[in-house]
Design a protein around this ligand. Structure first.
Ligand code: GTP
Ligand code: MG
Length: 185
């Protein structure tokens, strides 16, 4: 989706943000879009939306339409509808809860089975976010090398340790994802 006028490009990308309940999806988006954070937990019902405009370079503007999908929806029947026409995704887990990491592959499989790009039906690029890295990591957490291998083996374009609380690596992860999308657009 690009508009060209005097060499100026605007892109609009639909990006999914999924992952288990309470892993920090809404917090990551709020930090990214409004630069705010709250410890107060209000679980998302269904889906929420946010728009983030990135001035990519002097000739390029990238608009990210972020779909903040409730963790609860993994057990629902709406994800196929929510995923429609997405061109990228972030999957979050909580570094203090092993079950949320185990769910990562389930979210990935759900995405891959329901949304693809182009006639070749390529999987959409997905970045993995190890969130709440401001808190102590639990024993289940892999080393950086193991995480690299996990991403390679499971079709993630990369992973980042993030903290919505401390504002760590969120913008970096988003830009990394956008780079991939722009390259293949
Ligand atoms: P659902 O909408 O239920 O799927 O949850 P969610 O993934 O949107 O999680 P949400 O952003 O609502 O965060 C859940 C709780 O974790 C809240 O109390 C947040 O304040 C807290 N939280 C989110 N990100 C971080 C983080 O990076 N560090 C810490 N310490 N807490 C966080
Ligand atoms: Mg939420």
């Amino acid at each position: 989706a690009s508009v060209e006028d005097d060499g100026y490009n605007e892109y609009l990308y639909k990006i999914l943000v999924v992952g288990d309940i309470g892993t920090g999806k809404t917090s990551i988006i709020k930090r990214f879009v409004h630069n705010i954070f709250s410890m107060h937990y209000k679980s998302t019902i269904g889906v929420d939306f946010a728009l983030k405009v990135l001035n990519w370079d002097p000739r390029t503007e990238v608009r990210l339409q972020l779909w903040d999908i409730a963790g609860q929806e993994r057990f629902g029947s709406m994800t196929r509808v929510y995923y429609k026409e997405a061109v990228g995704a972030m999957i979050t887990f909580d570094v203090t809860r092993a079950s949320t990491f185990e769910a990562v592959s389930k979210w990935k499989a759900d995405i891959d089975s329901k949304v693809t790009i182009g006639a070749e039906e390529k999987p959409i690029p997905v970045v993995l976010l190890a969130n709440k890295c401001d808190l102590g990591k639990e024993g289940f957490i892999k080393t950086a090398n193991e995480m690299d291998k996990y991403c390679k083996d499971n079709g993630f374009i990369g992973w980042f340790e993030t903290s919505a609380k401390e504002n760590l690596n969120i913008e970096k992860a988003a830009r990394f994802l956008v780079e991939h999308i722009l390259k293949s657009d």
